[in-house]
Design a protein around this ligand. Structure first.
Ligand code: ZN
Length: 135
């Protein structure tokens, strides 16, 4: 199993429409599209930054995990996503280490990636997302 790069950094915002122009027009990143991830009750927008991306996350309902995050902490960095080539092995390694996981099994996230979230208690306070690209 190898860890390849930072796939993306997830930033929670109350409105993508409100913040997208900063990232696109002022910072100058290339906007690569938006999609809704119904299961997580979020809408996401991706902006390319070198080999990685910035993912803006906006809640689509009041009980979205992003709505709760915004309520508790305001906008800001929500998670860091690490791209691995074998998410099953990465999760097994976490299980063996006694890590606290939010997802015991991979599920499907944005871009059809197989993803799993690791609890911040395991990683020093940052929500981590493991992700593996679809074949
Ligand atoms: Zn993410």
């Amino acid at each position: 199993m190898s860890v390849e790069k930072i796939s993306h950094i997830g930033i929670a915002v109350e409105s993508i429409e409100k913040w997208l122009s900063y990232y696109k027009d002022v910072l100058g990143l290339e906007y690569t599209g938006s999609e809704e991830v119904a299961e997580q009750k979020v809408r996401v927008a991706f902006l390319k930054i070198g080999e990685s991306q910035i993912e803006l996350l906006e809640p689509t309902s009041d009980d979205s995990p992003i709505a709760k995050f915004l309520e508790k902490r305001g906008g800001g960095i929500h998670h860091i996503a690490i791209k691995v080539d074998d998410i099953n092995t990465a999760l097994t390694r976490h299980h063996e280490a006694g890590a606290q996981l939010i997802d015991n099994e991979p599920r499907i996230g944005a871009h059809n990636m197989r993803i799993a979230f690791i609890h911040p208690k395991t990683s020093g306070g940052v929500l981590m997302e493991l992700c593996e690209e679809p074949p």
